[in-house]
Design a binder for this molecule. Structure first.
Ligand code: SAH
Length: 383
């Protein structure tokens, strides 16, 4: 590596193409390579992908070579940590990639199936073969390869969705989350899955919903709306631009005997129309997709967060609650709070921050990897 790669020396696993001084000419995709610092001292070993801007993801430090036994240790540690922290649910994320020391590899358990999502070439071709037998043991019903992340294109990989072991589920499976059941199509596309990271924040919304008119914007398959309905909301409206997500939402509402009004609309337009019509909601949830896909998109993303929050704030009466989230890796907690503050100033919104939350415990945050602290959720009460 060139001089001054403090981030990597302090434990961050990513080494970008431009950070290398000397490179061997014939580096094969998925090859395990050693990385040395500017003075030639060994830093560690990782897998390489010449097609990715992140040329090497470091797996082990010092002279320990990554091998199957090392990977199995990492997996065991990841599962053990969750057994301790999340004892009340079997459905969860078991491996959160870099945050669990297994770069690019995401593993979830849903209804007895192990669902594996390799986001990088190294995760797919190096880590997955090493861990396959252990993963099979974690998913007695079968193993699903659910490689549908758009980020795979940066690794030169296409999308893949198929069984790796066991029989395909006959229909949607049931994922349990704090008293709510979500029907998930394991072999369906991105629009019918389930995100575990907001688990605790959804429960927080559920606990504050009794008697309130709740609006869930960017509802997807009803993550928040269902918790609000089961928490005793007097009325729940969900808005999303995806028809597929909303039809999964209706199916979920039926399964949970919940009543939710679903509207297929662009969130920005819908919020403006609602405020022009002088509609009021006692609680608004905003959980948009990542507005910033990279650092370069930060200013535009912060404007979008400000705008959508401003429009939501206009719908809240005194005592109303706003639950607002950002899941953009490039947006820090401070950036996001800044955007929400700017929206509040313009909307004439004043009140208390009831809480500032992150992702639930199956999405660990590592101090040396800022990108793992990607989910920011603020709960505010208007005075
Ligand atoms: N709150 C959800 C997750 C939201 S994911 C949960 O708890 O499970 C983001 C959602 O925003 C997706 O369903 C996507 O279809 C929707 N979306 C993206 N852009 C949108 C827009 N401009 N208007 C409305 N919905 C949008």
């Amino acid at each position: 590596m060139r001089q001054g790669q403090h981030r990597v020396l302090q434990g961050h696993p990513w080494v970008f193409q431009g950070e290398f001084q000397d490179l061997p000419e014939d580096m094969a995709p998925g090859e395990i390579v050693q990385v040395a610092d500017a003075r030639g001292r060994l830093v560690g070993s990782g897998y390489a992908n010449p097609a990715s801007s992140i040329l090497v993801r470091i797996l082990t430090r010092g002279d320990r070579e990554p091998d199957q036994e090392w990977a199995q240790e990492r997996l065991r540690a990841a599962v053990a940590m969750r057994r301790q922290d999340l004892t009340d649910t079997a459905d969860m994320r078991l491996v959160h990639a870099e945050a669990d020391g297994l770069p690019g590899l995401v593993l979830e358990r849903m209804a007895g199936y192990a669902v594996v999502s390799p986001d990088t070439l190294g995760a797919q071709e190096v880590l997955l073969p090493w861990l396959f037998d252990d993963i099979k043991a974690l998913g007695p019903e079968g193993v699903v390869l659910r490689a549908v992340s758009p980020s795979r294109q940066h690794e030169g990989l296409g999308l893949e969705l198929r069984m790796l072991a066991g029989d395909p589920p006959k229909g949607p499976v049931e994922v349990h989350e704090e008293g709510v059941v979500y029907l998930v199509d394991l072999l369906g596309g991105q629009k019918t899955g389930h995100y575990f990271d907001q688990r605790r924040n959804r429960a927080r919304v559920g606990a504050l919903s009794a008697g309130r008119r709740v609006l869930d914007v960017f509802s997807y398959t009803g993550g928040f709306a269902l918790h609000a309905a089961l928490g005793g909301a007097s009325h729940v409206t969900a808005i999303d631009s995806s028809r597929e997500a909303l039809s999964a939402l209706s199916r979920n509402a039926e399964r949970n005997a919940a009543s939710i009004e679903a509207r297929e609309e662009n969130a920005f337009d819908a919020l403006r129309a609602l405020s022009q019509a002088r509609e009021r909601f006692d609680m608004v949830v905003l959980d948009p997709p990542p507005f910033a896909r990279g650092r370069g998109h930060l200013p535009a993303a912060l404007r979008a967060y400000k705008e959508v929050n401003l429009r939501a704030m206009r719908l809240l009466p005194r005592g109303g609650i706003l639950c607002t989230a950002s899941c953009s890796h490039a947006v820090s907690g401070d950036d996001f709070l800044g955007a929400v503050r700017a929206a509040a100033a313009d909307a004439g919104f004043s009140g208390r921050i009831l809480g500032a939350y992150g992702a639930d415990g199956d999405h660990p945050v590592r101090v040396e990897i800022p990108e793992t602290d990607y989910l920011h959720c603020l709960m505010l009460e208007k005075e």
